[in-house]
Design a protein around this ligand. Structure first.
Ligand SMILES: N[C@@H](CCC(=O)N[C@@H](CS)C(=O)NCC(=O)O)C(=O)O
Length: 209
């Protein structure tokens, strides 16, 4: 299997963290979807990463599809197969991916020429992020794991979303949500997070992602 993606994309990072946690071997092909000669559209007509190319050549795209596929392959499931906990985990992923979408939309707005930037668009995205972090804080209640006392995709997806928020929309969300901050401090030290840290974490203008 081959994973196409950029080291800074948080959607790609979610897949890489899951691969690491499940100890699944997969070649990482660094590909920038914003490059005008990008090979990504050859694998995903939408031109987005991540793309997972299966051994027989079939491309899978959209990170929720890819993590479902990988999780079903081997090892202890990180996405429960059945029952209430499955929907809880998938809802956490939807929340975390929604935070990513809002942070990316806000970031792209900040990179437009100043006279074309919309304060309204930025505020709209910032409200989504604030509401999502408040929801996460209230729902997580400071437990070690988000769902059923065990590691799941929920923890990986939310951890990646908070790390990306720190990178691309740095603001003091910790002051409002100290329990969530503690939870993230623990999650962020997992080897899967350390090994997938984007290069140039401290360079907020390095890439459009
Ligand atoms: N819903 C998609 C979002 C993927 C996505 O937006 N990836 C960005 C990189 S962070 C991308 O490839 N953008 C290129 C583009 O929009 O043309 C997923 O979860 O995989």
């Amino acid at each position: 299997m081959k994973l196409y993606g950029s080291p800074t994309s948080p959607y790609v990072r979610k897949v890489r963290v899951l691969l690491h946690e499940k100890n699944i071997a997969c070649e990482f092909i660094v590909s920038d979807p914003w490059d005008k000669d990008s090979i990504v559209p050859q694998h995903n007509p939408l031109g987005k990463v991540p793309v997972l190319e299966l051994d027989e050549g079939t491309p899978l795209f959209d990170s929720p599809v890819i993590v479902e596929y990988l999780d079903a392959q081997e090892g202890e499931p990180l996405i429960p197969r059945l029952g209430e906990s499955r929907w809880q985990v998938l809802r956490w992923q939807a929340l975390a991916d929604g935070v990513l979408d809002a942070v990316v939309t806000r970031l792209l707005e900040t990179r437009r020429p100043p006279e074309k930037q919309s304060a309204e668009t930025m505020a709209h995205q910032e409200c989504k992020i604030a509401r999502a972090l408040a929801f996460a804080d209230q729902t997580a209640k400071g437990e070690t794991y988000l769902v059923q006392d065990r590691l799941s995709l929920a923890d990986l997806a939310l951890g990646v979303a908070l790390a990306y928020t720190d990178l691309r929309y740095p603001h003091d969300w910790r002051a409002h949500h100290p329990r969530l901050a503690d939870w993230f401090a623990r999650t962020d030290t997992r080897p899967s997070f350390i090994d997938t840290q984007p290069p140039g974490m401290n360079s907020p203008t390095a890439s459009p992602q």
